[in-house]
Design a protein around this ligand. Structure first.
Ligand SMILES: Nc1ncnc2c1ncn2[C@@H]1O[C@H](COP(=O)(O)OP(=O)(O)OP(=O)(O)O)[C@@H](O)[C@H]1O
Length: 259
């Protein structure tokens, strides 16, 4: 379980400090998918960087399974918008990278990587290089790389933003299935209300900077729909969409209508 307890964070610069997060508290329990959504620049990525231990909160604590995060933690797996495949390594060598860093013997890590690639629809592409894969396949390979180290908590920062609309839904669905099958916790930062509702069990809406928790919505579309693609047709989906849109308090200025 991942917990943010009374988190505040300020960036310090020559002109003083800017508070980005103010007293943020929520948790992501075992076998739960939580989406964090908020206005652009409110501090969502900063919040994730605190969970990775790369930054320290100015106040409050981040805990994983009850222990305060003090630095990079092997229980965390990350997937970001930009895929992190190394172009000079074959796909299978990319997938096994985390295991190699961890010192796992070559034969064992290769077997694990090949097996994961098979599970994620990448069988036969082991010896190809990343440029030979489509965007969706690269994302799957990055996901296999992340999951190879068997993290208990997955952090995703707008991981699907660069994908085309159809591939995006397919990969969203894969990620939800993989996460549920392994009873993992997943925290996903997104700008996309539909993505948050279709994938998550809870949606945490942050305010503008300094961000604090504005609303938390318990939703069940992700568990009840047959797939991510079916979630928007579920009763109540559009009502939650509207509620979250209103909570985000974004003003849309149109062109107006001609008299
Ligand atoms: N290294 C830094 N030094 C100073 N300010 C920073 C730094 N990194 C981010 N910021 C500021 O902190 C605020 C929060 O940034 P962050 O990237 O966490 O927001 P976000 O909600 O993820 O943004 P977006 O929705 O656009 O992806 C922004 O106003 C940003 O300009």
């Amino acid at each position: 379980m991942l917990e943010f307890r009374n988190i505040s964070f300020s960036f310090s610069g020559r002109r003083g400090s800017v508070e980005v997060l103010h007293d943020v508290s929520f948790e992501c329990r075992e076998d739960e998918i939580v989406a964090v959504i908020g206005p652009s620049g409110c501090g969502k990525s900063t919040l994730l960087s605190l969970a990775t231990g790369l930054r320290k909160p100015t106040a409050g604590e981040v805990r994983i399974d009850g222990k305060v995060v003090k630095g990079p933690d092997p229980r965390l797996g990350m997937l970001f918008q930009q895929t992190t495949l190394l172009p000079w390594r074959s796909v299978v060598e990319n997938v096994e990278l985390g295991l190699e860093i961890r010192g796992e013997p070559k034969a064992a890590r290769r077997q694990k990587a090949v097996s994961l690639m098979g599970q994620y629809g990448l069988g036969g592409f082991e010896r190809k290089y990343p440029h030979a894969l489509s965007g969706g396949m690269q994302k799957r390979a990055a996901l296999a790389q992340t999951l190879a180290i068997e993290p208990t908590v997955l952090l995703l920062d707008e991981p699907f933003a660069a994908l085309d609309a159809q591939t995006r839904v397919v990969i969203q669905n894969d990620v939800v299935k993989i996460c549920r099958a392994g009873r993992r916790s997943m925290l996903i930062v997104t700008h996309d209300i539909a993505e948050a509702l279709a994938m998550a069990d809870r949606v945490v809406v942050l305010t503008r900077r300094p961000a604090t928790v504005k609303e938390v919505y318990e939703v069940s579309f992700s568990r009840e729909a047959a797939s991510v693609a079916d979630a928007p047709a579920m009763p109540g989906f559009s009502e939650y969409y509207k509620r979250i849109w209103n909570a985000l308090d974004i003003s849309v200025t149109g062109m107006g209508t001609a008299a």
